[in-house]
Write a protein that binds this ligand. Structure first.
Ligand code: F6R
Length: 245
């Protein structure tokens, strides 16, 4: 595991965008695994800027997102489908038909998850998976206690995650209670993994995930067993890890 220290959020975003753009340059028809949430927004902005300058071409890239809320339609501004279009896909030359997220409108969870696993397998797996890190160490919507061997599955969101995600909704009751997420097994099958983390409020999660015991109680800790992980974190997020890397 490689830890890259960034000065601040902007520096983290640029460094992460550099790694994603290197992946696209090295393999134009690559499969990118993407994340939503606040942390990757800066990296997506940077990629759009470089695309506009003519530095990156996404025409052959395919993407699979980590997760989607169950029950939200694609035109719901809180859906991850909407988020990805708004923050990235609408601004670059990616072919929309090559961008995939779990189908949040599919009520049959088993079908939604099997379909998504089939998509990921048919692409030959993910070349570079981008991840954010939850305050409780979650990755995707894999909450503490999750079995490491799962592929895409339906999860009940924890109270902590519902509260953390409430900022995007009108009120707590509007936050969906379930989501479809790639499982730890899916995430660990990616050839390379890039984790982005920013802010002092994530410092505890960073220390536990990357320097603590490997345990389902801290889902991100499994990443210590992957042989090609880069964590790009800002000084604040690394503030409890001095001397550990
Ligand atoms: C997003 C996702 C989540 C977030 C995590 C951190 O697709 O699966 O695991 O990466 O909750 O979220 P932010 O970046 O908003 O702090």
């Amino acid at each position: 595991m490689k830890i890259v220290k960034a000065k601040d959020y902007n520096d983290m975003s640029r460094k992460a965008a550099n790694i994603i753009s290197a992946q696209v340059i090295m393999k134009p028809h690559c499969v990118l695994g993407l994340a939503t949430g606040s942390t990757p927004i800066g990296a997506y902005k940077q990629l759009v800027e470089w695309y506009n300058k003519g530095d990156i071409d996404f025409s052959e890239v395919s993407t699979v997102n980590l997760d989607e809320y169950k029950g939200l339609t694609r035109d719901n501004p809180q859906s991850y489908y909407y988020f990805m279009n708004e923050n990235l896909f609408d601004h670059i030359n990616i072919k929309k038909e090559n961008t995939y997220l779990p189908d949040g409108t599919e009520e049959d969870s088993a079908k939604a998850c099997a379909d998504y696993n089939a998509v990921i397998h048919s692409m030959g797996g993910v070349d570079l998976q981008l991840l954010g890190l939850g305050h409780n160490g979650h990755i995707g919507f894999n909450e503490p206690g999750i079995a490491f061997e799962k592929e895409t599955h339906c999860v009940n969101l924890t109270e902590q995650t519902i509260k953390a995600n409430m900022r995007f909704f009108l009120s707590e009751k509007d936050v969906p209670r379930q989501a479809y997420t790639m499982g730890i097994k899916t995430i660990m099958s990616a050839k390379k993994i890039l984790v982005v983390v920013s802010g002092e409020d994530k410092a505890e999660a960073v220390k536990k995930s990357f320097f603590g015991p490997i345990t389902p109680a801290v889902p991100g800790s499994i990443l210590q067993l992957h042989n090609d992980v880069v964590v790009v974190a800002d000084e604040a997020a690394l503030s409890l890890c001095e001397g550990l890397y």
